[in-house]
Write a protein that binds this ligand. Sequence first.
Ligand SMILES: C[S@@+](CC[C@H](N)C(=O)[O-])C[C@H]1O[C@@H](n2cnc3c(N)ncnc32)[C@H](O)[C@@H]1O
Length: 259
Amino acid sequence: MSYILQGKWEEKRLDDQANIDQFSIQDELKGIDIPPGAKVLDAGCGSGILCRFLEGKFPEIEVSGCDQSIQSLSYAQENTKNISSKYFQHDIVRDHLKDKYDYIFNRLVAHHLGEEQLKRTIQNFFQALNEGGKIHIVDVDGVFLNLGTTSPLLREKIEKVKQAFNGDLQVARYLPSLLFETGFKNIACKIEVMNFQGRSRVLEVEQWKERFVSGLSFYGEVFGNEFEAKKFFKEYTQEAAKEHVPLFCNKFIVTANKS
Ligand SMILES: C[S@@+](CC[C@H](N)C(=O)[O-])C[C@H]1O[C@@H](n2cnc3c(N)ncnc32)[C@H](O)[C@@H]1O
């Protein structure tokens, strides 16, 4: 299981996250046009938020979403009643996709995988795209790590989490090279600073509280027990709430063609 956020409210959190300006799906898709009839997959769809968005924007495409989490797929299905997106369980790292697609989206999943697993995932996507097919990957580079705290103790704890994490919180920067090495063409990479200030900071700190609760079993292991983990959550979120402490990361929006 590569995803550490296993909370009961994880899907609701993902929906709320997309309402923060820095996570705007509308902005990520600027300039993207998908022709009617295209077969589109959102790989690692979570709550189904991107599937719903895509169907709303391009009503004549055929959208599917896959995820390894049954809980997320049930939520996605339940919240997509009025439109026709289809959902199925699939491990994007381990298994080849059975169908072929014209467009594959993969949003905010890469840093949970780490470089080796991401490499395999990209190869699976390449194999599952039709000739002329396109890929659209969004990921956050430096998320969690980029808190400009001067507290040596908090920095030490952040480093401890970084070391224990199965994924790679800075893997987004390798996306263009990994796509190139897999054989993708026309690789384009947009990098935007996600700088949480004012209302966005308040919302992002709320997100952190929820991410921490959902990841309690992971953090409990990192810090030895749940009491110490909760102490860390409080220290991190209190620091992140201070307007003078930078809370930021880089959003990578990477697109490429199979041929
Ligand atoms: C941060 S959420 C992002 C969800 C959604 N793409 C969004 O933009 O809100 C990461 C998602 O990736 C899924 N995931 C992680 N590893 C996976 C894997 N190996 N196969 C399929 N899904 C995976 C998780 O279950 C989770 O739903």
